[in-house]
Design a binder for this molecule. Structure first.
Ligand code: SAM
Length: 313
């Protein structure tokens, strides 16, 4: 069994991203932790902060006894450290001593508080989880923020959110037909997904190409109207345009036309709208079925409405 620590920034989105990658329906959810009986490709996740192997689950009353019973010899490698998360009851040295008693007869066991190979965390939530840390997220999303890229786009998506959208699609090939400066394409390429991008604006396509090139990446980019899509894609992942200068009625017509057109060219659509449009009504009036819906708060006057759309109920 594996335990995943989810980001609390948007818990529902974090959870669905992980489940989409895990392709699992069975899980246990405790506060901001998810338990799944499978080790997923954790390096590509945007909103999972830590991945653990679960050693055992217990209660406050039984913790000491369980620590004494567990065979830490089997998991110890090179050096170890113990960390207590959200603990208000136990002394860390008392618990570490129990583990130490188990491994001290091994050849040169070492405690290394800074960089141990065997990192044991005891997490105190509604239940107590004793686990071995497998992976802590180091992915450098912050360094890929739009204003740090070669060419910016004023409405470019946050890289972490863009990665999450790609993961929600769980596809091997995607199209972003309103690709702008390439925020979604970049995050998909970094996890080796085949990507295709369209943008109506020739200059945007040029900027997008240069942005991808600065990461040594490239994909199939075309100056093309998204409403004239003519090839089938495994999934479409896109953030709809909403320029402040465009009239809302025109923008909403683009949304309606795109939902209609895309229905014939994919079975899976991950689509993002600004909250100030009639997005839900427009979808409900299309043939698409809403599988998942999340609201993602950006600032006082803008939230993003994220929809996972599919075809049957
Ligand atoms: C919200 S931006 C996309 C931002 C992008 N997701 C990013 O993170 O950089 C929308 C883009 O859609 C393009 N666009 C607007 N109408 C279009 C259409 N009918 N077909 C293709 N692209 C279009 C605009 O030129 C703009 O670059």
């Amino acid at each position: 069994m594996y335990l995943y620590k989810l980001s609390k920034q948007n818990l529902e989105l974090s959870k669905e991203e992980l489940l989409a990658v895990a392709k699992k329906k069975d899980y246990e959810h405790v506060e901001n932790y998810l338990l799944i009986d499978e080790l997923v490709d954790y390096e590509k996740l945007a909103y999972t902060k830590k991945t653990y192997k679960l050693l055992f689950t217990t209660s406050k009353k039984n913790l000491i006894k369980q620590l004494e019973l567990f065979n830490f010899n089997n998991i110890y490698k090179e050096s170890f450290r113990l960390k207590l998360v959200n603990n208000h009851v136990f002394e860390i040295l008392d618990l570490a001593d129990i583990i130490w008693a188990d491994i001290e007869h091994l050849e040169h066991p070492i405690v290394n508080l800074r960089n141990a190979r065997t990192k044991i965390d005891i997490i105190f939530s509604k239940k107590i989880f004793c686990c071995l840390l497998i992976h802590k997220q180091k992915e450098s999303f912050e360094r890929r923020k739009a204003h740090l890229r070669k060419y910016n786009h004023p409405t470019s998506l946050n890289p972490r959110l863009a990665r999450c959208l790609v993961n929600l699609s769980d596809a091997k090939e995607i199209l972003d037909p309103f690709c702008g400066a390439g925020g979604i394409l970049l995050e998909a390429l970094l996890i080796r997904i085949k990507t295709n991008g369209f943008d109506l604006d020739k200059i945007m396509i040029k900027k997008c190409r240069k942005n991808l090139k600065s990461f040594n990446l490239k994909c199939d980019l075309k100056q093309q109207n998204a409403l004239k899509i003519n090839k089938f894609y495994e999934a479409i992942v896109t953030d709809m345009p909403y320029g402040k200068n465009s009239k809302i009625s025109d923008i909403e017509k683009t949304y309606k036309d795109f939902l209609k057109k895309s229905y014939s060219f994919t079975n899976k659509l991950i689509i993002v709208f600004p909250n100030f449009t009639k997005n839900k009504k427009i979808i409900t009036n299309s043939k698409w079925k809403i599988k998942k819906h999340f609201s993602y708060y950006l600032h006082k006057s803008l939230s993003k409405e994220i929809f996972v759309l599919g075809k049957n109920n």
